[in-house]
Every structure is written in structure tokens, then in C-alpha cells.
Design a protein around this ligand. Structure first.
Ligand SMILES: [Zn+2]
Length: 123
């Protein structure tokens, strides 16, 4: 079975994880610079290629299927362009969190990250 790099964003972990095992690559706190983020993504991708699933055990329920990237990717697999998928997901999340401006702002940042990663060929 294939494995893929998946973006996880919730209380316990923000960063990359493996779809098939417990391997994770948490994002350093306060990483806001675009260049630094891209460098971090590339590092995660190469670490991901190197890791051996058999030594990391089961995914510890870390893969958040409801994260922004997971939702947007689901739309992409249904035939949407990444840009449209990001826009739709952003609208949905903003609507679901209409009483929570913090969540809407986070969704906006997630949308930008998602599109940047699509552009860099990471998703
Ligand atoms: Zn793995």
C-alpha cells in the first residue's frame, strides 16, 4: 500500500505526518516566513522519503481527516482545480466558524499554505 505525506493541524501536532505510520515532522513554532516554510516543507519531504514505516508503528490517530488540506485535497480528487478547492474549503470553514474569527483567520492561513504547497509540488 502506498504512503503519502499528509499535513496535520490540530491541538497536539501541527506539521507533517505519514499516512501509514506514526512518523511525524512537527512544524517549528512561530515559523511564519515564506522562505522558511518552503525550506521546512522540502526538509519534511526528504525526511519522509528516508523514514521506514515499520519502525514507527501505527499512526497515532494523528492524521486529521478534517484538516484544511485534507478537505481541499478531497475536492481536488473529485476534479476541482486546487485554487477552486482551496476557495470552497475556505468558504465552508469560514461559514462553519462564523462565530469564531480566530478559526476563520487560521483557515485563511491554511488556504495560503495549501496553495503554496500545490505550487511547490508537495501536494
Ligand atoms: Zn510511514
Amino acid at each position: 500500500m502506498g504512503r503519502w505525506l499528509t499535513w496535520v493541524s490540530h491541538q497536539r501536532l501541527t506539521g507533517w505526518a505519514c499516512s501509514q505510520c506514526g512518523w511525524t515532522f512537527p512544524v517549528p513554532a512561530m515559523l511564519t516566513d515564506k522562505e522558511a516554510k518552503s525550506a521546512y516543507d522540502r526538509l519534511a519531504a526528504s525526511k519522509f522519503q528516508e523514514h521506514d514505516c515499520s519502525v514507527h508503528g501505527e499512526p497515532a490517530a494523528l492524521v486529521d481527516s478534517e484538516s484544511f488540506a485534507a478537505r481541499a485535497r478531497k475536492l481536488v480528487t473529485r476534479g476541482f482545480k486546487p485554487k477552486d478547492a482551496a476557495q470552497i474549503t475556505l468558504q465552508e470553514i469560514t461559514f462553519e466558524n462564523r462565530n469564531d474569527p480566530g478559526a476563520a483567520r487560521k483557515a485563511q492561513a491554511d488556504a495560503e499554505d495549501f496553495l503554496r504547497r500545490v505550487k511547490d509540488g508537495l501536494i
